[in-house]
Design a protein around this ligand. Sequence first.
Ligand SMILES: NC(=O)c1ccc[n+]([C@@H]2O[C@H](COP(=O)([O-])OP(=O)(O)OC[C@H]3O[C@@H](n4cnc5c(N)ncnc54)[C@H](OP(=O)(O)O)[C@@H]3O)[C@@H](O)[C@H]2O)c1
Length: 214
Amino acid sequence: MEIARVGVLGSGDVGRVLGGGFIKLGHEVKIGTRNPEKLEEWVQSQGERASAGSFEDAAAFGDVLVLATLGSGTESALRMAGLDNFAGKVVIDATNPLDFSKGKPELYIGWNDSLGEQIQRWIPNARVVKAFNTVGNAHMIQPDFPGGPPDMFICGNDENAKKLVSQVCTHWGWGVIDLGGIESSRYLEPMCMAWVIHGLRTNSWNHAFKMLKK
Ligand SMILES: NC(=O)c1ccc[n+]([C@@H]2O[C@H](COP(=O)([O-])OP(=O)(O)OC[C@H]3O[C@@H](n4cnc5c(N)ncnc54)[C@H](OP(=O)(O)O)[C@@H]3O)[C@@H](O)[C@H]2O)c1
């Protein structure tokens, strides 16, 4: 794969899991956060290819960037990172526009716009690919389900960017379903809610989507 360095914006479970996945694939990873000290243990656990810094450090570092920020904090994180640092780069958008203010999560944007589209508008020269938003972080890397490999649903405007993200998904044990341009984030972000609601109703978080075909 033509990636050397990956910058991950986001220090939560998703940023750490995807960062760790890229390190296992042999890439160097820098996670960006407002508070790099909190990643000391993660950096030590991952070895010499891992580092942490500011959002700006991570965005400047990566040839490929991952967005793993709280939905409502994403614009602020992008601006802290420096919008020019995204130009021309593949940006894997794992975010979901979730509002937690009423207890149970709800989408705060939908049907005629999406966070994926907003992100593409905030960084118009970046090649944004929505991916990894329809499954919990515990199953993002090498998902192991009795029904076989689940499918990662992706979308984005740049075909080459989607090819690269598809390769990453395949390396990590996923099938890939391409839903077209970034506007399909309008449908991928609600898929996250289907995943979450099933989890809340069953108190179980071991599920993932697969499209059956014949
Ligand atoms: N958790 C999952 O299993 C899962 C699965 C699929 C998709 N997602 C989506 O992936 C994203 C990351 O999820 P997560 O659970 O790993 O972590 P999270 O708690 O949703 O987000 C943590 C990150 O958001 C940043 N952040 C929060 N408010 C901010 C603000 N106002 N300005 C700038 N940055 C801000 C934090 O920055 P600091 O580092 O500076 O604190 C941190 O890096 C979310 O959009 C989530 O919906 C989550």
